[in-house]
Design a protein around this ligand. Structure first.
Ligand code: ATP
Length: 363
């Protein structure tokens, strides 16, 4: 039996001859925080708008809390929504903005006032009832928009790139607050974002989309550690891609080197197949590597990208036909192993983290 709170079944969306969504199947459990993640134009906003009834799917069904809502107008669905552009009414006070949905539901005055007070407290802006949106910062306006989205205690909270108009510090702060609030209220939430770091940091599960299809659904750890496709590996986090040719039995020729991957790294490609070996910059061993370790690499540091607590060294690895790898070092490791531009370094690839995909795409 399907115990999901929200189920999308076979959702297709065409705009004229253009297919924006192709056969989307997805189940979301009650209380989950799910992110739709993907590049611009992949269809994530369209999918969210279909859930909200602001866009009509060409075919497919949507079931929320056991109710088929596929053809219901937005007003008859049970959700609150928050957009990228705060979409507050500039001529209305904060209290009137927040209570908009409640007034529409013909709630009593005392109840509405108490609810507005409660919501403003919840989003960290108590006492701001009489202000106007223009008197508030972008981050504060987005909190008001969040309070408004939550006003009717909806079963589903829909967030359409709610943080992308904010500057970096406010964005990180607010995303944590949204996450905390979501946990506290237990409201099932879908957030659209093109920011992989944002999705990794807040989501229970991430739906990675590309060209109107779902590439992978998984926890942040699954999507990062076990990407289902080269697209996911490239889009979520930094990754090294080494071009290689399969030799069979999980052996691969990479430049002048022969590397053996674990059976779990991917399919055993037929000999001669062009593949790409994927490895995250942190999936290397930098200390105590045995000289005869078959995955030991030596190379010259060509460039260092400083990232704060650690750095990425672009290393031209000997014997890989000039291919470079990004290798992550903490600042302490940089000191310990004398990592600087022009330095010779050695490290070993982590066999258990290597993944192999067909070079043309697909595992
Ligand atoms: P972004 O992050 O840029 O908003 P997205 O992943 O949310 O991208 P959508 O807005 O869902 O993408 O759009 C998906 C595709 O559908 C795009 O190619 C877009 O041009 C197209 N599209 C969206 N709305 C319409 C429309 N009303 N008419 C025609 N094409 C549309």
């Amino acid at each position: 039996m399907d115990t999901a709170y929200l189920t999308l079944r076979g959702i297709h969306k065409r705009f004229g001859a253009f297919t924006a969504l192709n056969d989307i199947d997805l189940s979301i459990q009650k209380g989950e925080f799910v992110c739709f993640l993907g590049p611009s134009g992949c269809g994530k906003t369209t999918l969210l708008r279909i859930v909200a009834g602001l866009e009509t799917q060409t075919s497919g069904a949507i079931v929320q809390a056991g109710r088929d809502i596929s053809v219901l107008p937005p007003a008859d669905r049970d959700y609150g929504i928050m957009f990228q552009s705060y979409a507050l009414f500039p001529n209305l006070t904060v209290a009137k903005n927040v209570s908009y949905g409640l007034v529409n539901r013909k709630q009593g005055r005392a109840h509405i006032d108490a609810r507005v007070t409660e919501l403003l407290k919840l989003v960290g802006l108590p006492g701001s009832e009489a202000k106007f949106p223009a008197q508030m910062s972008g981050g504060q306006q987005q909190r008001i928009a969040l309070a408004r989205a939550l006003a009717t205690s909806p079963g589903l909270l829909l967030l359409d790139e709610p943080l992308s108009a904010l500057d970096a510090t406010v964005r990180v702060h607010l995303r944590n607050e949204i996450r905390d609030l979501q946990r506290k209220l237990g409201v099932t939430t879908i957030m659209v974002t093109h920011d992989q770091e944002e999705a990794l940091s807040v989501a229970d599960r991430i739906v990675v989309m590309n060209h109107g299809v779902i590439e992978q659904v998984g926890t942040p750890m699954e999507v990062y550690r076990e990407p289902a496709s080269p697209f996911v590996a490239d889009f979520v986090g930094k990754v090294n891609r080494l071009h290689a040719v399969a030799e069979g039995d999980h052996w691969f020729r990479c430049g002048d080197r022969r590397l053996q991957c674990l059976p779990g790294a991917g399919a055993d490609f037929r000999p001669g197949a062009k593949v790409a070996l994927y490895l995250r910059p942190e999936d290397r061993i930098v200390g105590g590597v045995h000289e005869r370790d078959p995955l030991r690499c030596q190379g010259t540091v060509r460039h260092i990208e400083f990232l704060g607590g650690n750095c990425l060294a672009a290393v031209e690895v000997d014997g890989l036909g000039g291919q470079r790898m990004q290798v992550q070092y903490s600042l302490n490791q940089m000191d310990e192993f004398h990592v600087h531009e022009g330095a010779r370094v050695s490290f070993a690839l982590r066999a258990d983290r290597l993944r192999v995909f067909c070079a043309a795409g697909g595992a």
